[in-house]
Design a protein around this ligand. Structure first.
Ligand code: SAH
Length: 236
């Protein structure tokens, strides 16, 4: 099996290039640090993760993975940006946080660890792969029955294009230019459809809303540009 199955290698190169900036709070990835407590709360509102086996798919430099571990989860992170995985390992070691990081394709992880995770998190990753539905199916395969899946991505609407890509990347510089491509963005009903096809039942959707005047993000219980969704794996 090719390591890069269902992977856009240009995307991986982009993340290899910024791998040294993952933990720079004021650097290119600063926005992920800003929203991280809100993402973590969305997850822990839905599931008590203490002592649970959690897999963070497309973990990058481990911003969320480390936070999961610090909240008591037995956390593993996988990613295909080798430079990011290395940066994640170094940071976890420096922080003394116990996280397992693997440079591995999710299909391979799913064939080795089928049904073994209590929860999967896959944040800001689905919009970077050719076939997000297959990633969701692999996430479902990795979950035990009753396990939880948390995804976040960006809506494919003209408003999201203007605010996230044009505004966020080119005007406000909240993200590196070229991070996102419009046609790869995902509508909530597409995400829900793929999840349902994979045996995941929908529980909650909420969005992160950015106020450009205060620089503050807040969580609202509706579909907007940047949204998070929570599912549970049905028993069948
Ligand atoms: N989830 C992290 C990082 C998001 S950036 C966070 O939110 O903090 C997107 C990440 O997805 C990058 O690290 C990139 O290398 C990874 N990625 C892209 N395609 C992938 C694939 N096919 N398999 C695994 N990781 C992938």
């Amino acid at each position: 099996m090719s390591q890069f199955i269902n992977t856009d290698t240009d995307e991986i190169k982009k993340f290899d290039k910024v791998a040294q900036t993952w933990w720079d709070l004021k650097g290119e990835m600063g926005t992920l640090h800003t929203i991280n407590p809100l993402r973590l709360k969305f997850i822990t509102d839905g599931l008590d993760i203490s002592d649970r086996k959690v897999l963070d798919v497309g973990c990058g430099g481990g911003i969320l993975t480390e936070a999961l571990a610090k909240s008591g989860a037995r956390a593993t992170g996988i990613d295909l940006s080798n430079d990011s995985i290395e940066a994640a390992k170094i940071h976890a070691r420096q922080e003394g946080v116990d996280v397992e990081y693997r440079y591995e394709n999710i299909e391979e992880t799913a064939s080795k660890f089928e049904g073994q995770f209590d929860a999967i998190t896959c944040m800001e990753m689905l919009e970077h792969v050719p076939e997000p539905g297959k990633i969701i199916a692999a996430c479902s395969k990795l979950l035990r029955p009753g396990g939880h899946a948390f995804f976040s991505t960006i809506n494919r609407t003209p408003k999201a294009f203007i605010m996230v890509i044009f505004g966020g990347e080119y005007i406000l510089r909240l993200l590196p230019k070229g991070t996102h491509t419009y046609k790869k963005l995902i509508r909530p009903n597409e995400l829900k459809h793929w999840a349902q096809q994979s045996g995941l039942e929908f529980l909650r959707l909420a969005s992160l809303i950015y106020n450009p005047f205060t620089g503050i993000f807040k969580v609202v219980e509706k579909e907007d540009n940047n949204y998070m969704a929570h599912f549970v794996k049905t028993n069948s």
